[in-house]
Design a protein around this ligand. Sequence first.
Ligand code: COA
Length: 194
Amino acid sequence: MRRQNPAPVHGPFNAVARDCGAMIVSVRDARASERDRLWIEGVYRDYLDDLTPATATGMFPALGEVGHREPDQIARWFGDRNAFPLVIMQGPEHVGFAMVARGSSQPAQPHIDYRMAEFFIARPRRRLGIGRVAVQLILNRFAGRWEVSEFQRNTPAVTFWRRVVAAYTQGKYQERLFNDEVRQVFDSGPARAP
Ligand SMILES: CC(C)(COP(=O)(O)OP(=O)(O)OC[C@H]1O[C@@H](n2cnc3c(N)ncnc32)[C@H](O)[C@@H]1OP(=O)(O)O)[C@@H](O)C(=O)NCCC(=O)NCCS
């Protein structure tokens, strides 16, 4: 994978990508284009539905950041200066989105720079390695101390994040189980980039 130069987190973000099958995967700031925001709005219900079986409530209890009415929630993300809505592309096509937020979801964790508040790959594009590549691009771009949380019963998400974080950090991460949430804490940046 081509390494990213550190860059300020404000302003357009268009990560250079890596081959994933026949196409290049890339990540960019969704605020730059109305089309990107509309795509997120179009798949947000799928995302909530994917979380629902794991939580039985429709909430993402690790963060409490989904489960509101979709338009309200998306508007909140796009209006929050401490949030970074991102779209994930495979070639010219939208295949996923991520919401990166500053700081921890836990007030008692002041040392966290970023958390992955939401992460989604469209159903037909799963198990192709796209999520893994997108996470690498995002972690390189937002260098710092990270927190990722997933509901323990969302076993695909737990497996995914364990695999991706373990590979990215070469096993140098902390994991805790707290209130049915699995939480990984680790450092990202050029020194960690695979
Ligand atoms: C979880 C999710 C992001 C994974 O995205 P993806 O692009 O399919 O993941 P990848 O193909 O990059 O998978 C990387 C590795 O994660 C693991 N993994 C991914 N999906 C998995 C699943 N459903 N079951 C078990 N392991 C899985 C595998 O080890 C996989 O490597 P492999 O395919 O070589 O075995 C995607 O399934 C998704 O969007 N789910 C719904 C929303 C969600 O739960 N988001 C996370 C909230 S915390």
